[in-house]
Ligand binder design. Structure first.
Ligand code: ADP
Ligand code: MG
Length: 210
């Protein structure tokens, strides 16, 4: 299937519902190794995104995603606001002017967004951040795309790699962000940002499956 403006809007609506439903869980994870605000940050951000998208129609996928970026940067504080803001800003640039994306375009969108997060946050694999879900997801999506898989298969592989990456943050010691202040005490807890990033990829897989 192709992903057009309506499917992108559906993904963003799903994210609003998912972050609202997972607000407590994400905040609980952040209370273990941070300042207990990740769930409220994500919920606030995507609720604001929903309101903005309902109020102002956008003509193409690039402008939808750029709107999302602007709202997230404005309404989400901490690390997650600028990082997810950068994700959507770069993702939007990758599909500027497009009203439909095929499988390769979707992978290019994720690639641009994830590269943006990495440039902005400077975290590498193993630092116990959202990159630990995003980098394996991208790698899996690229492989599946090069192997000529369908969009649904590409996204499922991405979501499943993101999930494994999220779970793999448990034994890691944080080297970036607030959790890094805890040193070895950050070991044994799942990273909240890796969890919200898994949910981001999983929502695309579930929304764009058929
Ligand atoms: P804050 O830490 O400012 O309270 P949040 O609680 O909303 O912000 O987000 C915390 C998450 O941000 C962490 O779990 C981690 O995944 C992610 N994060 C923090 N710093 C970085 C970074 N430099 N690069 C990538 N992700 C990061
Ligand atoms: Mg926090």
């Amino acid at each position: 299937m192709a992903v057009g403006n309506p499917e992108v809007l559906k993904w963003l609506e799903a994210l609003q519902q998912i972050y609202a439903a997972n607000r407590e869980r994400l905040t609980e994870l952040d209370s273990d190794i941070g300042d207990a605000d990740h769930g409220t940050n994500m919920d606030r951000g995507f609720t604001a995104v929903k309101a903005e998208l309902a109020a102002h129609a956008a003509s193409d996928i690039g402008s939808i995603l750029q709107k999302v970026a602007t709202v997230l940067i404005r309404s989400v504080g901490g690390s997650a606001g600028p990082l997810y803001g950068t994700f959507f800003l770069r993702a939007g640039t990758a599909c500027a002017g497009k009203t439909e994306m095929g499988a390769a375009d979707v992978v290019a969108m994720f690639q641009a967004g994830i590269a943006g997060v990495q440039q902005r946050g400077k975290a590498v694999a193993g630092d116990k951040t959202m990159m630990d879900a995003l980098l394996p997801a991208l790698e899996a999506m690229r492989k599946a795309s090069e192997g000529g898989r369908s969009l649904a298969e590409i996204l499922d592989q991405g979501a499943s790699a993101a999930e494994s990456g999220m779970l793999a943050t448990v034994p890691m010691q944080a080297r970036k962000g607030r959790a890094s202040y805890l040193g070895a005490r950050s070991i044994g807890h799942q990273d909240p940002g890796a969890t919200s990033s898994y949910l981001l990829v999983k929502a695309a897989a579930d929304t764009w499956r058929s």
